[in-house]
Design a protein around this ligand. Structure first.
Ligand SMILES: Nc1nc2c(ncn2[C@@H]2O[C@H](COP(=O)(O)OP(=O)(O)OP(=O)(O)O)[C@@H](O)[C@H]2O)c(=O)[nH]1
Ligand SMILES: [Mg+2]
Length: 223
C-alpha cells in the first residue's frame, strides 16, 4: 500500500503559508481580490472584460491571467482597461500561491483597488490551491451541462458565488436549471448564484452589484 498523504500535506502547507502572505500583502495595500475559476472556455475572460469595462471609471483594476501558454487573455484584459499581467504555468493546470506572490511583486500595488485573478481553465485543480485572495467565484456555462455540480462537487463547495454564463444558449441546449441549482444548493447551501450572459449582457447587472457591494464593504472595513 502506498501512503503519499504526508507529501501532499507538505506541498499544500507551503502553498497555504504563501497564500496567507499574499492576503497580508493585499490587505495592507487595501486591494479587494477575486479568484475566477472555471472550465476552459466557460467565459472567465469574457466576464473579466465586461467587469473591467464597467468598473474601470470607479476602481483601478489589475488582472492576473493564468494560462499554460500565450498572453491572449492578458491582452484582452488590458484592452478592456485593466493593468494586466500574464502568468504562463508551462504544464501546471492551476495557479498557486507562489505564482501569485511573484505576480504581486510586479504589480504597482499602491495604484490598484481591485485585483481579479483568472485561474487556469480547469474544473478540478484550481480549487485545491489557496491563493490568498478574498473571494472565489466559479463560472459554469450552459454548454457544459446541468450535471456538473454532481460530478465535480469540490469546485462548487468552496466558492462564494456561482455564475451561470451563456444563458442566451438555453433555448438551444438541453439544460435543466432547477436540477443544476438543486445540485449546487446541496453542496453549498445559500451560495449566491447569478445567471447571466456575457454575450447579450442579460443578468450582468446582478454580478456588477455583487462586485461593487463587496468592494465597498472591503474598503470600508479597511478604513
Ligand atoms: N453564446 C455565448 N458565448 C459566450 C458567452 N460568454 C463567452 N462566450 C464565448 O465563449 C468562448 C470562450 O470565452 P472566454 O471568455 O475566452 O472563456 P475562458 O473561460 O476565459 O477560456 P479559457 O481562458 O481558455 O479557459 C468565446 O468564444 C466567447 O465569445 C456567452 O454569454 N454566450
Ligand atoms: Mg480566458
Amino acid at each position: 500500500m502506498i501512503k503519499n498523504i504526508l507529501i501532499r500535506e507538505n506541498i499544500l502547507g507551503t502553498n497555504d503559508q504563501i497564500a496567507r502572505e499574499n492576503q497580508r500583502i493585499l490587505d495592507n495595500a487595501s486591494i479587494f481580490s477575486i479568484n475566477v475559476m472555471a472550465s476552459p472556455g466557460a467565459g472567465k475572460t469574457s466576464l473579466i472584460e465586461r467587469t473591467v469595462d464597467r468598473l474601470k471609471d470607479i476602481y483601478s483594476v489589475a488582472v492576473v491571467d493564468g494560462d499554460l501558454a500565450s498572453s491572449i487573455d492578458a491582452e484582452r484584459a488590458a484592452k478592456a482597461g485593466a493593468r494586466a499581467f500574464q502568468i504562463n504555468t508551462g504544464g501546471a493546470c492551476h495557479l498557486d500561491a507562489i505564482m501569485l506572490n511573484q505576480a504581486l511583486s510586479q504589480i504597482p500595488l499602491n495604484l490598484i483597488d481591485l485585483l481579479i485573478v483568472e485561474n487556469v481553465g480547469n474544473l478540478v485543480c484550481p480549487i485545491n490551491f489557496m491563493l490568498g485572495v478574498h473571494k472565489s467565484i466559479l463560472i459554469a456555462s450552459i454548454p457544459e451541462g446541468d450535471d456538473k455540480p454532481y460530478k465535480y462537487p469540490n469546485s462548487y463547495r468552496n466558492v462564494d458565488v456561482v455564475i451561470v454564463n451563456k444563458i442566451d444558449l438555453l433555448p438551444y441546449i438541453s439544460f435543466n436549471v432547477e436540477y443544476f441549482r438543486r445540485g449546487i444548493e446541496l453542496l453549498n447551501p445559500g451560495v449566491t448564484i447569478i445567471e447571466l450572459s456575457c454575450q447579450t449582457g442579460q443578468g450582468l447587472e446582478n454580478w456588477f452589484k455583487w462586485v461593487e457591494h463587496e468592494c465597498v464593504s472591503f474598503h470600508q472595513s479597511a478604513l
